[in-house]
Design a protein around this ligand. Structure first.
Ligand code: SF4
Length: 341
């Protein structure tokens, strides 16, 4: 797939004081991309959009470049100890995007440029926790690989963790442009996971992400470069033929794996859930969506941020969990299932 290039960009004035901010500014203006200054990366005015559909589409074509000011990290269970952000959002158009609740009507692609300050914050957390190993998720607020060709930030972050005896990085992506990461000094300290799903889910709900074949080709390159590898199957949907579709996915994956020898292989399994806020936003953006979001068929679970999530009911969750546990065990006996949620 083509690499992302925004239709317009907004810069916080402070971002231009950092080398990455300057580099992005020069790069985009040299290409003739309209660039404006915004007082804050949180309040961006001037993205076109007369309807929610157009506003969403144009926001996803907009790059906002800013400075990350709050460097206190949130926990990120069950994926890692903490999460941090190099970017928020991504140019992809997944209808179910798990960021709909938090990003709300600001789904523009945001890049943070103060890398050294972000690394200093990570270092503090690592040092406070040593000699225990501390793990950090870099993709819970967006997909940093989607803009890596513009930023180079992920490569620098992988190099940073390569030097950390007590720190580990975790990244997950639906994109495939990994070439710039293959020579990084990762020393096995970065675990790369590719988010995959059945052909039906990818084709129906995951617009503007890399096709599955490209994600798997990228996974092969990362395995050859010695990265610990994982696959996240998320969101897991219960729909007609789900077992046949997911079995096909896992069998294709097993065939793909034969010539590849990642140092380790794991799966993370995340069932579909939605919030009331996300449902409202999704229906505005995709009025014809085939996403099943019927509260009556779900179980409401209250989360730590004070809002409820509609999960599949316990019996259906158990069906999903036991089916995937059995099939993954059959096809990938060496792999670890890190969690099902
Ligand atoms: S790739 Fe991830 S962050 Fe981007 S739209 Fe899809 S779910 Fe959201």
């Amino acid at each position: 797939m083509e690499l992302f290039m925004p239709s317009r960009a907004f810069f916080e004035p402070g971002a231009l004081e950092y080398p990455l901010g300057r580099k992005l500014y020069d790069q985009l203006t040299a290409r003739g991309i309209p660039v404006r200054i915004t007082p804050s990366h949180n309040r961006v005015h001037g993205i076109p959009g007369e309807t929610p559909q157009i506003a969403y589409r144009e926001a996803k074509r907009t790059l906002v470049v800013g400075v990350k000011k709050i460097l206190k990290l949130d926990s990120c269970r069950p994926s890692a100890d903490y999460e941090f952000a190099l970017v928020t959002s991504c140019p992809g158009g997944c209808q179910y995007c798990y960021l709909a609740t938090t990003l709300g009507r600001k789904p523009y692609v945001r890049i943070y440029v103060n890398l050294d300050e972000i690394f200093a914050a990570l270092q503090k957390y690592i040092d406070q926790n040593r000699p225990a190993i501390t793990s950090f998720e870099a993709a819970s607020t967006g997909d940093p690989l989607a803009v890596e060709h513009l930023t180079g930030s992920l490569r620098k972050t992988i190099d940073f963790f390569g030097e950390q005896e007590y720190g580990r990085l975790r990244v997950v992506t639906k994109f495939a442009n990994v070439d710039g990461l293959l020579a990084a000094e990762h020393r096995g300290h970065t675990k790369f996971r590719f988010s995959i799903n059945s052909a039906y889910v990818i084709n129906t709900f995951e617009a503007k992400t890399a096709p599955l074949a490209e994600r798997l080709a990228a996974a092969g390159k990362m395995a050859a470069a010695g990265y610990p590898l994982g696959f996240i199957i998320a969101p897991l949907f219960l729909y007609e033929h789900w077992q046949a579709d997911y079995r096909q996915l896992l069998e294709d994956l097993a065939v793909w794996l034969r010539p590849h020898h990642p140092p380790s292989l794991s799966f993370e399994l995340i069932s579909h859930r939605f919030t009331a806020r996300a449902k409202k936003i999704i229906l505005e953006r995709f009025p014809q969506t085939k996403l099943e979001m019927n509260e009556a068929k779900r179980k409401l679970k209250w989360g730590k941020y004070g809002y409820g999530k509609y999960l599949y009911p316990p019996t259906q969750l158990e069906t999903l969990k036991s089916w995937f546990t059995q099939e993954i065990g059959r096809l990938f006996p060496q792999a670890e299932i890190e969690y099902f949620t």
